[in-house]
Design a protein around this ligand. Structure first.
Ligand code: TPP
Length: 307
């Protein structure tokens, strides 16, 4: 969790000083979800992700240097600098892709789970998506098919309180977790700021999926402790969708502050020092990596339906 937090601080700085391209969506406040879920996965399990993807990659074991290089648009990144933040995929560690299209992680995960079934591989697929994505049609379509076919998929809704610049309660009706019952899928609300609670709930869902029991839906509730995307204050002016009081109270929901209280000071200091070195090395690696050559613009590109 601490690695994700410090990694993203470095990303934020790189974007704000124009060393890396923009349109980066940070994961501050949601770290316990990626870590709690991915800690219980095997290395060949799959993950599909949203536009807020760095945390999912790092939690699934991606190399921070190659994630950073990708965010910088350099050739040593996981997608040779052509994916960037929202098309970031790391097949080596089972991350099938971030997504610029809200909701697209749902059919990707359902399809990957169907492929595991057809190939008779004991693989589980975890699908991360926001509460905004749960209002799109794919949500119902995928829960329905995954339930009917008892696919090994765990749907993890990250309810961070906001869809872009809109408060979730203005656009999302009722309880997301309870929507699962309509598809005969177990659905639970989880405290997404408590890594131990996420780990326990996800472990149960992953075991069920692996044992042939079919899909589950976890609604992990957390609070987005950052803007929708880096640099948004330049165009949303007064941050009118969030109040100052809310920011002050929100730090109570910081998963890292919560967890740090539970471990001893020496362990915390050791983690902090190691993470500092890892993040500094990632930035050095990214900044030392070249940009892709213009002649390579059409290599390593997948364009369905193209000539
Ligand atoms: C299909 C689609 N519609 C709209 C957008 C614009 N958009 C980007 S992020 C976002 C908010 C998504 O909210 P949520 O799913 O809750 O994820 P969060 O940003 O809170 O992590 C929107 C509407 C998009 N990228 N794709």
């Amino acid at each position: 969790m601490y690695l994700i937090r410090r990694f993203e601080e470095a990303v934020s700085e790189a974007v704000r000083f124009a060393r890396a391209p923009g349109f980066v969506h940070l994961y501050v406040g949601q770290e316990a979800i990626a870590v709690g879920v991915c800690a219980g996965l095997k290395s060949d399990d799959y993950v599909t992700s949203s536009h807020r993807a760095d945390g999912h990659l790092l939690a699934k074991g991606a190399d921070p240097r190659r994630v950073m290089a990708e965010l910088y648009g350099r050739v040593d990144g996981y997608c040779r600098g052509k994916g960037g933040s929202m098309q970031l995929a790391a097949a080596e560690v089972g991350v099938l892709g971030a997504n610029g299209i809200v909701g697209a992680s749902l059919p990707m995960a359902t399809g990957a789970a169907l492929s595991a079934r057809v190939q008779e591989v004991p693989r589980v697929v975890v699908c991360f998506f926001g509460e905004g994505a749960s209002n799109r049609g794919e949500f119902g379509e995928c829960l329905n098919l995954a339930s009917i076919w008892k696919l090994p998929v765990v749907f993890v809704c990250e309810n961070n309180g906001f869809t872009e610049f809109t408060r979730a309660e203005e656009v999302t009706a009722g309880s997301i977790a309870s929507r699962a019952a309509g598809y005969d899928v177990p659905g639970v609300v989880v405290d997404g700021t408590d890594v131990r609670a996420v780990y326990a709930a996800a472990g149960e869902a992953v075991d069920r999926a692996r044992d042939g029991g079919g899909p589950s839906l976890l609604e992990c509730q957390a609070w987005r402790l950052c803007g929708h995307e880096e640099g948004e204050e330049a165009y949303i002016g007064d941050w009118s969708y969030r109040s100052e009081e809310e920011w002050q109270q929100a730090s109570i929901l910081d998963p890292i502050i919560k967890f740090r209280r539970m471990i001893d000071e020496d362990s915390a200091a050791g983690i902090e020092e190691r993470v500092k070195q890892v993040v500094e090395a990632a930035v050095r690696f990214a900044e030392g990596s070249p940009y892709p050559e213009p002649d390579d613009a059409f290599t390593d590109i997948y364009a369905p339906g193209g000539d």
